[in-house]
Design a protein around this ligand. Sequence first.
Ligand code: GLN
Length: 281
Amino acid sequence: MSGTAAAVPLTFAGAERAAIAAGLTRAEAQYLLQALLGVSRAWLIAHDTDALETAVEDRFHHWLGRRLDGMPLAYLTGEKEFFGLTLRVTPDTLIPRPDTEVLVEWALERLDGPRAPRVVDLGTGTGAIALAIKSRRPDADVRMVDASPGALAVALDNASRLNLPVDGHLGSWYEALAGQVPFDLIVSNPPYVAGDDHHLDALKHEPRMALTPEGDGLADLRHLIDGAPHWLRPDGWLLLEHGWDQADAVTALLRERGFADIDTRRDLGGQPRATGGRWPA
Ligand code: GLN
């Protein structure tokens, strides 16, 4: 006997059970195995009595350990689904949230009028918002801006993998747009979590600069609203994601700045999640 070497081989069904016993949901356990092997759910079910190869089993235990340590699944698998697109994600980028799809839907409605609209996504991260818009509006001239070189590289990589021709600009918010002409739509999911929000503890694996501007969480939203009129065509729209309790503050900032038709949209959980307005002609 040579210790653990003689252990019963771990089957796919066994691995799934072990992951669930360790605290993952069934869906997470299945997704982890699928991603580990690059196979479909149907394949996994059909092969549930097959044994994992040693190298795969080692990686399974490694991933499971990281996951139980709080590492988001998306960073382990390196991908996340958003608006029907499979995006590569790395610890340089925020993991796209389903709630942000509300912002994309709204953006697409606002783009119903203009042909070949000019669109910019400020603080694009993985490129999620920009690429979702481009996937539905191939005629749009879409720009992605991020101040993080690592994030912008991921966004550009996603654009080329998905075969969606968009341009990337490195820099902080509007500074990155020097030399550009105004846009029909500015969209952003900026950092908006307050610096002392305890939720940040649970989000420790994501880049802090993508989550919080520190302070009350409004600094970047304020900056985006202040600068927008200079970068919007007449009747262009500014649409912003924000925290569940920031809709009133964002509405007030937009009104003070002179925006019209200010409105708020709710996310899938029913929370006010995005607010925006039109820059009057
Ligand atoms: N919605 C994210 C969260 O609460 C935060 C995203 C952001 O700061 N832009 O986890």
